[in-house]
Write a protein of this length. Structure first.
Length: 308
């Protein structure tokens, strides 16, 4: 019985659909990101009362069923607002990590001074039920000599700490600073324009580091994005999460992200630090990298042009 050639077309369509599904799964498999938030300085009430800022962030995380990690600089816990914020953070089931007592830049301190500062923070953080021994270097600076780099790695290992690396670095802090300056001047603030710039910037950096992972490692990873406990996070975190989802990314628990083997890597660069992906690419000799990897100088002109 002659069936005609229609079945060939149908088979081709089925084959194409299967290939497309497989291709999409492969492409999106590595597009995963966890929310990490640094500092917990609640002294600034400009734009939003600090504890409301904290509740807004927690509300967004709860709404999106996300467990994040907060890296706390413990000198801020002397402020009852910050102490209450971290208590609320921990009560909500989010991880609390160590971000030193004084938020010093390691390159400016000795190994002894800096390690002692970590231990001061460690003692203060023991009170929080979700505290885990995950450490993030302030400014992502991990040592400007072999002795300091390796000495700190040994110190962290001896004290059962892991490095809470960033994979997606960005300058949310600078966008926040510019927004705060605008509010302080008493100028009319177009929050939509700040949101649009913020989202564009965060996607630009996320896409860059995702592509850097694929270029450097041959695959994508479970990313950790660096944010700060500030006004822009309170205002735009929900939009950021929506954007990731619209781009096909999956927002995952921080604890899950840090299981990725990339965060156990120990690049040999001097100076040490930056995004873990940047550091690995640097170690492999990628000449396209800029230094510092992220800073206000890269965003200033565009924000000036837009009147932000």
């Amino acid at each position: 019985m002659f069936l005609g050639l229609g079945w060939v077309s149908n088979v081709s369509k089925c084959t194409f659909i299967i290939i497309l599904i497989i291709f999409t799964a492969v492409i999106s498999h590595g597009a995963e990101v966890a929310i990490t938030i640094d500092d917990f300085n609640l002294s600034n009430s400009i734009g939003m009362e600090p504890l409301k800022r904290n509740s807004e962030i927690l509300s967004v995380l709860k709404k999106n069923q996300i467990k994040a990690i907060g890296f706390v600089t413990t000198k801020y816990l002397n402020d009852p607002k910050a102490l209450n914020a971290v208590k609320a953070w921990s009560s909500a089931g989010h991880i609390v990590g160590n971000h030193t007592e004084n938020h010093w830049k390691y390159n400016d301190k000795t190994l002894h001074e800096f390690s002692a500062d970590i231990l001061v923070a460690d003692k203060k953080l023991q009170q929080f039920p979700t505290f885990q021994k995950i450490f993030r270097f302030p400014y992502l600076k991990e040592g400007d000599s072999v002795e300091k780099r390796d000495g700190m790695r040994d110190f962290l290992k001896d004290n059962d700490y892991t490095n809470g690396h960033v994979s997606i670095d960005a300058s949310d802090w600078y966008v926040n600073m510019r927004l705060i300056e605008k509010i302080k001047k008493g100028d009319k603030v177009d929050y939509e324009k700040y949101r649009d710039f913020y989202l564009k910037h965060m996607w630009d950096r996320s896409d860059y580091y995702s592509k850097l992972a694929q270029k450097t490692l041959g695959k994508d990873i479970k990313h950790t994005v660096l944010l700060h406990h500030n006004l822009t996070t309170a205002l735009f975190l929900d939009d950021l999460i929506k954007m990731y989802k619209q781009k096909g990314w999956k927002v995952i628990y921080a604890e899950e992200a840090f299981k990725d083997g990339v965060y156990k890597r120990t690049p040999k660069n001097i100076p040490a630090g930056e995004s873990i992906l940047w550091a690995i690419a640097k170690e492999k000799g990628d000449s396209s990298l800029r230094y510092p990897a992220e800073d206000s100088i890269y965003e200033k002109d565009e924000m000036d042009r837009l009147g932000l």
